[in-house]
Design a protein around this ligand. Sequence first.
Ligand SMILES: [Zn+2]
Length: 395
Amino acid sequence: MSLDKCERLYRFRNPARIERQADSIGDPIARLKYLRQATAAAEPVRRRWGPFGSFCMVAILLSMRSDAQFRHPSNVRQTDRPLAAESLRVAPQEIPNVWRIAETKDFEVYSNGLRVEDELAVANEPRLYRLLSVGAGRNDGRLTDDKGRSSVLLRSQPAGIVFHTTESDQAPFEAAEQHNLQRIGRETLLYVRSKRAYHFVIDRFGRVHRIVVESDAANHAGNSVWADSRWLYLELNQSFLGVSFEASMQTDQPPINEAQTHAARVLTEMLRCKYHIAAENCVTHAQVSVNPDNMRIGWHCDWGKGFPFAEIGLPENYELPVPSLYLLGFESDPAYIHATGPGLWKGLAVAEERLREAAGARRMGVAAYRTLLQKRYRDEIAALKDKSVDEENRQ
Ligand SMILES: [Zn+2]
């Protein structure tokens, strides 16, 4: 959903005063510092939601328009070796042991109770993405063979999960609305399927529907950035699985119910086990979305607050420093602050501190260092789209 339509959803003891004060602080670092202090003692009201803006279906279309159409070289090296153990930087819950116990043409059942409906499963472009090192210049994801020829290091295994909301119509969740609930749910699934928008949708009854098959990319994240301690991921359609809840954050009601929360937990357990996904790589769309036109974070802001990380068996990942900010020089702005919650603000503040420390270590001003990082982003995106890199690797 678009930033200008997003509104503050989190509540503090005195939210209006905090926001007014934050708005009056021009320097983004000082503003984030203030927000961090002001919200440290605040007690957020979980699952309270104010009016939200435009529809994520629009967001899906925007994402599709802006996705990099990255095609991979034919003779490059792939590595599907699990990266989880080497990339953990927060203490995650242990990856559970989950296995498939039954499979038919219409559904799968797993040992943790997960059932995946396969009736709507559809193919898309096969997943393959370039590995980029977090530290530019240290290992930029290229390998050199014994004859000095270099090749790009690619992976086809998903590295993480991005959580979304469909922002589709929402009938009251009650028995009298059964017909409407079923109809809207079906229409949403078919629309999502036609757009190849997500890998999984969790409907309002907690049923998990496979949409795009896991081996393929889905059009869920568009312009986006995330990183773990080793690898930098750009344009996450290729590298991350998209899991969306049939939900809207535009109402005063909790966006998801207990059945959906449980379904997300068992689905996340299965995917983390199957692909050795690090907990730190299970994040929300609002944490990864960027706008390259103005170099601001958070073009889309679904799950900018209130995502139930703990109930889904994950650490409080809102507190992770936002990689687009400290690795690639993106900036936040008041609209993004308003559209997100204090959990995410902590991640922003930590990222700003990292940026400032890195600039200091290089004896550079923050603005100059940010410009340097932004150049890296543009260079990396250009490389993703540059087909001559493919040709280079075919030689
Ligand atoms: Zn989204």
